[in-house]
Write a protein that binds this ligand. Structure first.
Ligand code: HEC
Ligand code: HEC
Ligand code: HEC
Ligand code: HEC
Length: 477
């Protein structure tokens, strides 16, 4: 994951437009994210070609927000379009060869491997269908990968009565994913950007050459070229920016905790138990770093982490904890805290991790529900920003991962502030955030590898610390 520039936000309408929307609309569409029936995994994908007709979604590409142009837009601009093509790349062949322990590149065929196809085409990919459904496969991550398998809704969804159904009915009876609901949207992205037991970018796959997955919904969604109108999202959710960030943190964390539970379970069962401990769970740079004097790990040890410990890579957990502080406090003796303590021990017992991770994923349910039901206020966003800004006192800059996470949170929260009528991303803040971003995308000796792994070989914690402080100076808190 590369750290995006802020200029993707240039096309934003002036802040006051959203402040006005915020004043007019104070309701939130009822959330139905909890309690929906799970989908039948057997529903079939029919292929993006079925959506491409001129009269349907294949209309003119420009202007970009024309309804009916989704196919043309996706083909031209969406990174998901090339997700299958990339499997023919030499890089993919090398990954597959290493991962499957094959003899040569000639026999390496990632384009036929169900593990790759489950993320590079659609979830639950059945390898037997590769030949039969060549056209479907060739489209990469197509419409149904996010909107749900269209077996039941393809014909129906063009009719008048279908449009009258609620999103919940479309979902439960027809298998269409309710992408307007942010919880479901985050879950749809997390299927591939976090992973599932069937499709897991674990350390074996990373060591084979796959980029590590760092899911941060608000950031990833900001980067995805959109074939829908963001204005409609904002009209639906007057506190859209902060809501998208908060649900990204919490729902994303819930998906990661479920993956951790399944990784732990898979390591105790079957003829070929999975690896344990699973290194992809940890902060990569706990293990992958050079030894030097002076050492920033000794000078500024990470908060709450004893030097020499392999830190759990709790990428989004920090956001969850801070949200809990302003919203719905986690219970005393929280399972999440217990899990953190367990994951800080050298070889945590897989069965204990599995049960604690499941309990912790249930525990953040009430926080998610509170975010779904109750609109954020400017005060709450300011409270969150203060909690983040205060934590820049502490040496969170000592490692790349928490510093990068801090950067992404500042961007989301200052944007959210503007959204709710406060001071947003003005040029002074943008300038300092850009300086911080520059220091996080550190220059590296091997640009290609660095881009893939975010390897902070020349990471300079003192520089990042002082940039964090300079941001603190100009944002009131
Ligand atoms: C859990 C889902 C998942 C699985 C399984 C998976 N990938 Fe990926 N892959 C991704 C995602 C998501 C990205 C984009 C990462 C990013 O940039 O944030 C990606 C990126 C890549 C890239 C880099 C693409 C680029 O444009 O730089 C290659 C190459 C790749 N995958 C090959 C493979 C191969 C080969 C397999 C099977 C051995 C595989 N992937 C399995 C989700 C997955
Ligand atoms: C990476 C995920 C993803 C992919 C791939 C994708 N979409 Fe979407 N789509 C979304 C999201 C998220 C929204 C915004 C929420 C909404 O309006 O449902 C959306 C919105 C839409 C809308 C607007 C719905 C409305 O009521 O305004 C249409 C139509 C649509 N997509 C069609 C397509 C078509 C056709 C394709 C394939 C060419 C496609 N999408 C591919 C995620 C995706
Ligand atoms: C079926 C799996 C799948 C789903 C669902 C999915 N993605 Fe992706 N996404 C991928 C893969 C695979 C790539 C890498 C494509 C490549 O580089 O060839 C990718 C790449 C991307 C990229 C470009 C790489 C990066 O991280 O900058 C963005 C942005 C992105 N996805 C956002 C999203 C968002 C937002 C959603 C949910 C609305 C989503 N994706 C849903 C599989 C998926
Ligand atoms: C508990 C220690 C540990 C953690 C945590 C860890 N790794 Fe590794 N990693 C290893 C070991 C040991 C090897 C194999 C030795 C080698 O090849 O250097 C390895 C090998 C690799 C390799 C292949 C060798 C190379 O240098 O290219 C890559 C790439 C890699 N790891 C990336 C990651 C990433 C990314 C993360 C975080 C998501 C991570 N590792 C987390 C211990 C770890």
């Amino acid at each position: 994951m590369c750290i995006p520039t802020l200029h993707s936000s240039k096309s934003r309408k002036p802040v006051w437009v959203f402040a006005l929307i915020g004043l007019i609309a104070s309701w939130i569409q009822p959330a139905f994210a909890q309690n929906v029936a799970p989908l039948e995994p057997s529903l079939k994908f029919v292929g993006t070609g079925s959506c491409a007709a001129l009269a349907c979604h294949g209309g003119r590409r420009e202007p970009l927000d024309l309804k009916g142009s989704e196919y043309a837009f996706w083909s031209a601009y969406d990174p998901h379009k090339k997700a299958y093509g990339i499997l023919f790349d030499k890089r993919s062949k090398v990954i597959e060869k290493n991962f499957r322990n094959l003899e040569s590149l000639e026999v390496s065929a990632p384009e036929r491997d169900a593990t790759c196809l489950s993320c590079h085409v659609h979830p639950n990919f059945d390898a037997k269908s590769v030949d039969r459904e060549e056209a479907l496969v060739a489209d990469g991550v197509g419409c149904e990968s996010c909107h749900g398998p269209a077996e039941r809704w393809l014909t129906a969804h063009t009719t008048f009565w279908f449009r009258g159904l609620s999103d919940r009915e479309k979902h439960e009876q027809f298998g269409m994913t309710p992408t307007k609901d942010l919880t479901h949207r985050v879950e749809a992205c997390a299927t591939c950007h976090v992973g599932t037991p069937q499709a897991d970018v674990n350390h074996d796959l990373i060591a084979a050459g796959h980029p590590r997955l760092l899911f941060e919904f608000a950031n990833q969604q900001a980067k995805q070229p959109k074939h829908w109108r963001i204005e409609e999202d904002k009209a639906r959710y007057p506190d859209y920016e902060i809501r998208a960030w908060a649900l990204g943190q919490t729902v994303g964390t819930r998906s990661s905790l479920k993956l951790l539970a399944s990784r732990a379970e898979a390591s105790t069962v079957g003829r070929e138990p999975g690896p344990w401990p699973e290194f992809a769970e940890y902060d990569c740079y706990s293990c992958h770093h050079d030894l030097k004097k002076p050492s920033h790990r000794q000078e500024f040890p990470r908060e709450g982490v004893k030097p020499g410990t392999i830190a759990w890579g709790d990428w989004t957990l920090d956001g969850v904890r801070k949200l809990a502080e302003v919203r719905a406090p986690l219970p005393q003796n929280s399972k999440l805290a217990e899990l953190q303590r367990l994951m800080a021990t050298p070889n945590p017992k897989a069965t204990e991790v599995a049960s604690l991770a499941k309990a912790a994923s249930t525990e953040i349910g009430p926080l998610i529900e509170s975010i779904e039901r109750q609109q954020f206020t400017l005060n709450e966003v300011d409270g969150l920003l203060s909690v983040f800004l205060r934590s820049t006192d502490k040496p969170q800059a000592s490692e790349w991962t928490p510093a990068a996470r801090g950067y992404l949170s500042f961007v989301a929260l200052t944007r959210a502030r503007g959204d709710l009528g406060g001071q947003g991303l003005d040029s002074g803040i943008v300038e300092r955030l850009e300086a911080l971003r520059g220091s996080l995308n550190v220059p590296i000796d091997q640009p290609e590898i660095g881009r893939l792994l975010d390897s902070p070989a020349n990471y300079a914690p003192d520089k990042v610390s002082s940039e964090l402080r300079s941001i603190r100076e100009i944002i009131p808190h």
